[in-house]
Design a protein around this ligand. Structure first.
Ligand SMILES: *[C@@H]1O[C@H](CO)[C@@H](O)[C@H](O)[C@H]1NC(C)=O
Ligand SMILES: *[C@@H]1O[C@H](CO)[C@@H](O)[C@H](O)[C@H]1NC(C)=O
Ligand SMILES: *[C@@H]1O[C@H](CO)[C@@H](O)[C@H](O)[C@H]1NC(C)=O
Ligand SMILES: *[C@@H]1O[C@H](CO)[C@@H](O)[C@H](O)[C@H]1NC(C)=O
Ligand SMILES: *[C@@H]1O[C@H](CO)[C@@H](O)[C@H](O)[C@H]1NC(C)=O
Ligand SMILES: *[C@@H]1O[C@H](CO)[C@@H](O)[C@H](O)[C@H]1NC(C)=O
Length: 420
């Protein structure tokens, strides 16, 4: 099981009750990107002359930060077949957003620090095992990025297996790992809890903000636990805020992906594990991600670590696919901490999911405090007649706060994978 957490969450001072209060409190706790700070002083008023009405409407209508909350039009599409075009429409490249911005549209107000970083001129450095790049190891490339980094550095990683254990220092913001799209590179190590402690066992640990990974496999190759202590083995720990993972793989057994803290976006990813293999106190959206349980006996997908009432963390899975080996052997989540929040929406659940679906981890008192929701899922594992009493089948209204990029304040920082 996931035994330790790295630090208590520093910015999770947010009410769970209403998205509106999320946004207001988020403004207090997130400084530079707060919707309140970013909005023009006259946010609510119509413009004073008709010639600017059109651009005003453009900027106030859809995903401006002020209305970055229901009834915002930014809800995800209802069917997976339109997800791709929805993403194309809603997740614009930096230059396009900047262009809109320059033309006076405030549809998308990005963090000032992110704007400064992207405008600073993106630096690309290359890693190739054969020595034809700037570096032979990812570690050397990361070491070349200065502490206090303020501009986007893309580390382009060529095909191959990199036996490395990497920590990105919290002062190295704006780092992108970009793997060869034709031949995904693998970063592999075999750290375990016995050697390093669970959270420090990660093959790659990211402590900085604005991290992006595209086309990378993060692997912890320690053997499948056989019941001895200390066999937890993390492949990736993401502890920074505003991180995005596109088309990445996370491969391990127990505790594969430590979604530790901060707002995170995962799209088109693959996560393999056995027990608690997506765990931590992150506030994350997982889109179109395949989750594969390979537990021999009893598997558990999530161990979300929310504890405090005023903490806004939680894992949201949308259009995901749960597969794996075994028959009714795996829980969607267990109440490792007191108030976990996990929602599976429009997700295919294979036969591996247990009828009861969720576990209170032998803490009946947590039946009152967990937030375990399901919304319009499909597949044999989604049959809910035997579901634990404390699991919720969410209504359209209840699921709404979790069904848009607003959940992670995406309009202020989320960009599509870069073109490199
Ligand atoms: C858009 O937002 C920026 C940053 O908050 C602000 O400086 C600018 O005046 C806004 N533009 C419009 C047209 O509202
Ligand atoms: C991160 O970098 C800073 C500045 O170089 C340094 O003082 C600090 O010790 C580093 N942190 C870790 C955990 O290595
Ligand atoms: C990790 O790999 C090294 C080198 O292959 C090996 O010596 C060590 O026993 C492995 N450790 C674990 C925990 O598997
Ligand atoms: C979902 O992810 C897979 C990769 O796992 C990708 O091939 C596919 O295009 C993605 N679908 C959408 C709708 O983005
Ligand atoms: C789910 O993923 C598995 C394994 O990748 C695949 O075989 C299956 O077709 C997928 N099912 C759906 C409904 O997408
Ligand atoms: C799964 O297990 C149940 C009860 O243990 C059994 O009835 C069912 O036939 C099994 N299904 C498969 C595909 O093994």
């Amino acid at each position: 099981m996931a035994q330790e957490m790295i630090r208590s969450p520093v910015f999770s001072v947010i009410s769970t009750a209403l998205l509106v209060s999320h946004l207001i409190l988020a403004a207090v706790s997130h400084n530079e990107d707060s919707p309140v700070n970013n909005s023009p002083p006259n946010a609510g008023l119509f413009p004073s002359i008709t010639s600017t009405l059109h651009s005003w409407l453009e900027s106030h209508n859809e995903d401006s930060p002020v209305t970055d909350s229901p009834p915002n039009a930014g809800l995800f599409p209802s069917v997976t077949s339109t997800l791709h075009s929805w993403i194309e429409l809603n997740m614009k490249e930096y230059n396009e957003r900047k262009g809109n911005f320059a033309r006076g549209f405030n549809r998308t107000v990005l963090d000032n620090t992110l704007v400064a970083a992207e405008d600073g001129g993106v630096k690309v450095i290359t890693v190739r095992k054969d020595g034809s790049g700037d570096f032979k190891t990812v570690t050397d490339a990361v070491n070349s990025i200065p502490c206090g980094n303020r501009k986007r550095v893309v580390v382009w990683i060529g095909f191959g297996e990199y036996w490395e254990k990497i920590t990105i220092n919290r002062t190295k913001n704006f780092v992108t790992f970009y793997g060869d799209p034709n031949n995904m590179p693998k970063i592999v190590y075999n750290g375990t809890a016995a050697q390093f402690g669970t959270v420090y066992s990660a093959t790659v640990a990211v402590e900085s903000d604005y991290f992006v990974a595209v086309n990378i496999a993060f692997v912890n190759s320690a053997p499948m636990p056989d019941g001895k202590v200390g066999q937890q083995a993390v492949a990736m720990r993401i502890s920074g805020d505003k991180a995005a993972f596109h088309n990445c793989k996370f491969i391990g057994y127990q505790d594969t992906l430590c979604d530790d803290r901060g707002r995170h976006f995962f799209k088109d990813c693959f996560v393999r594990g056995t027990v608690d293999f997506i765990f931590g106190n992150g506030k994350s959206l997982y889109l179109n991600t395949t989750i594969q349980s390979v537990a021999k006996d009893c598997g558990v997908i999530t161990a979300q670590a929310r504890e405090r009432v005023d903490d806004d963390s939680g894992f949201i899975f949308l259009f995901c696919n749960i597969s794996g080996v075994g028959n009714s052997s795996t829980y969607l989540g267990r109440a490792w901490k007191e108030r976990p929040r996990v929602v599976f929406a429009k997700t295919y659940m294979g036969t591996i999911i247990k009828g009861e679906g969720w576990s209170d981890n032998s803490h009946p008192d947590r039946d009152q405090t967990v937030y375990y929701g399901e919304y319009k899922c499909s597949g044999p594992g989604s049959v809910s007649s035997a579901r634990a009493k404390f699991a919720k089948i969410l209504s359209d209204e209840e699921v709404k706060p979790f069904m848009s990029m607003s959940y992670i304040h995406g309009s202020t920082w989320l960009l599509p994978p870069p073109n490199v």
